[in-house]
Design a protein around this ligand. Structure first.
Ligand code: ATP
Ligand code: MG
Length: 532
């Protein structure tokens, strides 16, 4: 296998040394929210490793915290994976292993490697010390095995209050790695678990549950993000000390961060609660379901992940890279159509008969067919394509400058009809000329050929380039992230399937948000310029 990144290098070596027969990876989301673009990268990495090595890929729900996890998140995560084409060999739940976790916790107690602590969460934190200062042993650290087991059983039977007791691994309060200073491995929670309901009131922590689940499932390479680098020693400590057969290894890569984008479920949830966005699948969010609603294609997301690849360095990717991947895909598949967002009426005085014009539905793909449009004497152009007076750089319609109508001839201003300062319409002369040089081309629609349309236009959700770094994300919200306009589109829209993406010529990519009362929503501009 080619060395695509450092993980492939490691796997190639492991296979050469006959360490594993089958390569197995997993994607382990916690069902406490919807997936976002960052998760797409993790999925891409894990899924493709299993595919490239003819191995197995598991979807595991890391559901060990009943406070925040819900069935609806499970359903949406599955939907997102299917949408991206990442089909799992097996679907697993950490909660299926609650009995096993419990058994291993008892084993650690019996080996004098775990103890029940009565310290409060606050005191545990205080006793843990800091990077400069070593930790201090808890006064409960040396409880005997019998007492520990009896108390752990009482914890399980619901005889203590939340926070009254917890189980901690007994490692080293003076370790340079703070994670190893007797981490909590079990805590009491009385919330009902979406799956196991009220069966348990003690739950393993991420560190205790994750490595054991990896081992039970015989995962070979457990890939996670860099913030877990210090947890790796704990991962290894637990597996070694519970004496489990299969020992997977953890490898870390850097989290995906994108400019103008939030990739944290907690912060997305906050925006939803503050009603700054309309739920998890708001098209302005970079959740996978939001992106799907916006009009992103699975291919564009996968192409993006392929392009940026895996790295070990923290960095932030420019959003334009993602947008370019989408633009490239949409360019290939989108139906070309003419629509006007800011309508300005033109009356062509010398056009006595309508002109029938055959135009392609896609300039490079003849298999998408063609259609007929008609140039009538009343048309709409976009307000932005007209300026009463302008210099030559403005290659569109002015008093002194004619312009070509796309697929048709040239128009030239005869008279601007105004009421006070407001332009009512413009009278033009039509020159039937196909070949032209050095003249701007604009899009248009005949009034008779058009339908009234509501356009939903999107701008970036944040005004700051790195919103993940902002303390108060509410202060960097772009209040103009949605703009509504009323314009027109070719009548032909009626024959287009709702799922087909559209390119409004010269403007950008749109999707049919609602077909019945004609609402189009913007996916992306044709170029990077913010037009509206
Ligand atoms: P969040 O901070 O948004 O809650 P998380 O890491 O807590 O993210 P999980 O559901 O635990 O979310 O993540 C599942 C997997 O996706 C983990 O392996 C995690 O490392 C990975 N992942 C999460 N965010 C990113 C990201 N921004 N880039 C790459 N991988 C990510
Ligand atoms: Mg998490």
């Amino acid at each position: 296998m080619k060395k695509k990144n450092f993980i492939y290098k490691i796997i190639n070596k492991d296979l050469k040394n006959k360490k594993y027969k089958t390569i197995k990876t997993r994607f382990p989301p916690e069902p406490n929210g919807y997936l976002h673009i960052g998760h797409a990268l993790s999925l891409y990495i894990n899924f493709n490793i299993s595919k490239d090595y003819n191995g197995k890929f598991y979807l595991r729900f890391d559901d060990t915290n009943p406070k925040t996890e819900k069935k609806i998140y499970i359903e949406n995560i599955k939907k997102d994976l299917i949408w991206l084409g990442y089909i799992w060999h097996k679907k697993k739940y950490a909660s299926d292993y609650f009995n096993i976790y419990y058994k291993y916790a008892i084993k650690l107690i019996k080996k004098k490697l775990a103890y029940i602590d009565d310290l409060s969460i606050k005191d545990i934190k205080k006793y843990r010390g800091s990077l400069k200062n070593p930790g201090i042993n808890s006064p409960f650290r040396d409880r005997n095995i019998k007492e520990n087991i009896s108390m752990f059983k009482k914890m399980k039977n619901g005889e203590y209050k939340e926070g009254e007791k917890c189980l901690r691994a007994k490692i080293d309060m003076k370790s340079k790695n703070i994670i190893l200073r007797d981490p909590v491995i079990y805590r009491i929670k009385y919330n009902s678990h979406y799956k196991t309901k009220k069966k348990w009131c003690i739950y393993p922590t991420y560190d205790f549950a994750h490595c054991i689940a990896d081992s039970i499932e015989k995962i070979t390479h457990s890939i996670c993000t860099l913030e877990f680098i210090n947890n790796r020693l704990l991962y290894e400590w637990i597996l070694k000390n519970i004496s489990i057969n299969h020992i997977p290894k953890q490898y870390e890569f850097s989290k995906l961060n994108i400019t103008y984008t939030i990739t944290s479920k907690r912060k997305i949830k906050y925006l939803i609660n503050k009603k700054k966005v309309n739920g998890w699948n708001d098209p302005r969010l970079m959740t996978l379901s939001g992106m799907k609603n916006r009009g992103f294609t699975p291919k564009s997301i996968i192409d993006f992940c392929k392009l940026i690849g895996v790295s070990k360095k923290e960095h932030i990717i420019d959003i334009s890279i993602l947008e370019n991947c989408l633009r490239k895909d949409l360019n290939k598949i989108s139906f070309r159509i003419m629509g006007v967002i800011n309508p300005l009426k033109i009356k062509i005085k010398n056009l006595k008969k309508k002109i029938k014009i055959k135009i392609p539905n896609h300039p490079q793909n003849p298999s998408m067919g063609y259609r007929y449009i008609y140039l009538h004497s009343s048309i709409y152009i976009d307000e932005e394509d007209f300026k009463e007076n302008s210099n030559e750089q403005f290659k569109r319609l002015t008093i002194n400058q004619s312009v070509k109508l796309r697929y048709a001839g040239i128009i030239k201003i005869k008279k601007i009809i105004k009421k006070e300062d407001k332009i009512l319409h413009i009278e033009c002369i039509y020159i039937h000329k196909k070949k032209t040089k050095n003249i701007g081309i604009i899009h248009w629609i005949s009034l008779k050929n058009s339908l009234k349309t509501k356009y939903i236009l999107y701008n970036k959700l944040f005004i700051s380039k790195d919103p993940n770094k902002e303390k108060n994300i509410l202060s960097i919200i772009n209040e103009k992230s949605i703009i509504i306009k009323y314009g027109y589109i070719e009548k032909y829209i009626k024959y287009i399937n709702k799922k087909t993406s559209l390119q409004l010529e010269r403007i950008g990519y749109f999707k049919l948000f609602k077909k019945s009362n004609l609402i189009l929503s913007q996916i992306l501009l044709l170029n990077n310029k913010n037009k509206f």
